[in-house]
Design a protein around this ligand. Structure first.
Ligand code: NDP
Length: 288
């Protein structure tokens, strides 16, 4: 059996097309969505992410502002900039690219972003709301997974979802959102004993480990849906996921490739959240 390949790139493209229409309609009402991205330091991967986010904004018609600072920016200066953007009427989403230099507290900076503009979904208010099933900005990668499954008509209701990884930005929110979709959820991590015995029971595996080709065909139940969040380099320096795609696709029922799976959905959900932010603001103004 060869798995259905879930084309995240195409799904992301379709959602961006829908967003483009919504943004056009918002602009006609005098509201242009605005996203501000703050980048501190010279980290190469971060530079690439920020460039890609800017490009994606421009493509759909979101006004994008990038603030680049040297690595020696002080925490106080960064907090001041966040505050200024919190008060900026033209900005609906604020994103501080992580990681930050070690002298700056990421927690302090995330806490300083207004929850109404926290389109990354990292602020404790948004995380808390998500965990009790309230409307909020959800973390983009796990939210992208849920949207992708929705677009593929794959329901999580009653399914056993095994999430491998428990980070605050991927594993934990992926587990919470799956639970919200009425899945039965198991979360595995580095201290899990006999990991394979869990993944083999799963109807859906979400792999967010950060280790190249870590899960292989023998770790999955035949027909399982395999969602690969990992972005790693293999022994030849080639981009690959946490799943050994070549072997897993012979066992899985459906699988996301790397690249072209979860990755394109992440930025798409950032755009989605930014548009939501504008809509929420306009609804608030209308109800006053
Ligand atoms: P983290 O390093 O923060 O978390 C990795 C998780 O994997 C941890 O919870 C860790 O467990 C667990 N883990 C590590 N080793 C094992 C093991 N041997 N067995 C079981 N679990 C293990 O990574 P992130 O969650 O931030 O990212 C995960 C991957 O997803 C990375 O490859 C990253 O690049 C990618 N990523 C991709 C995105 C996209 O848009 N496609 C977006 C964000 C991330 P413990 O907690 O016990 O240490």
């Amino acid at each position: 059996m060869t798995a259905t390949i879930i084309d995240g790139k195409q799904i992301a493209k379709d959602i961006r097309q829908e967003l483009k229409g919504e943004i056009e309609a918002l602009k006609q009402k005098g509201m242009t969505p605005g996203l501000a991205v703050i980048l501190v330091g010279e980290d190469q991967a971060s530079q690439t992410y920020v460039r890609n986010k800017d490009k994606a904004c421009v493509e759909v018609g979101i006004h994008s502002e990038i603030y680049r600072y040297p690595a020696d920016l002080t925490e106080a200066e960064l907090l001041e900039k966040v505050q200024e953007l919190n008060e900026d009427e033209n900005i609906h989403g604020i994103l501080v690219q992580l990681p930050l230099p070690s002298h700056i507290s990421e927690d302090k900076v995330i806490d300083a972003i207004s929850p109404e503009k926290d389109v990354d979904g990292f602020h404790p208010v948004n995380v808390g709301k998500m965990s009790i099933g309230k409307e909020a900005f959800y973390s983009c990668t796990p939210y992208g997974i849920i949207k992708m499954l929705e677009k593929e008509n794959i329901s999580l209701e009653g399914k056993h979802v095994v999430v491998v990884g428990r980070s605050n930005i991927v594993g934990k929110p992926a587990a919470l959102l799956s639970l919200q979709e009425s899945a039965t959820v198991t979360v595995c991590h580095s201290r899990t004993k006999d990991l394979s015995s869990f993944t083999k029971q799963a109807d859906v595996v979400i792999a967010a480990v950060g280790k190249a080709k870590f899960l292989k065909a023998e770790d999955f139940k035949p027909g399982a849906i395999v969602i690969d969040v990992g972005m790693n380099r293999d022994e030849n320096g080639k981009l690959c996921g946490d799943v050994d795609f070549e072997s897993a696709k012979e066992v899985a029922g459906a699988i996301t490739p790397v690249p072209g799976g979860v990755g394109p959905m992440t930025i798409t959900m950032l755009l989605f959240n930014t548009v939501q932010s504008v809509k929420q603001k306009s609804a608030m103004v209308a109800s006053k």
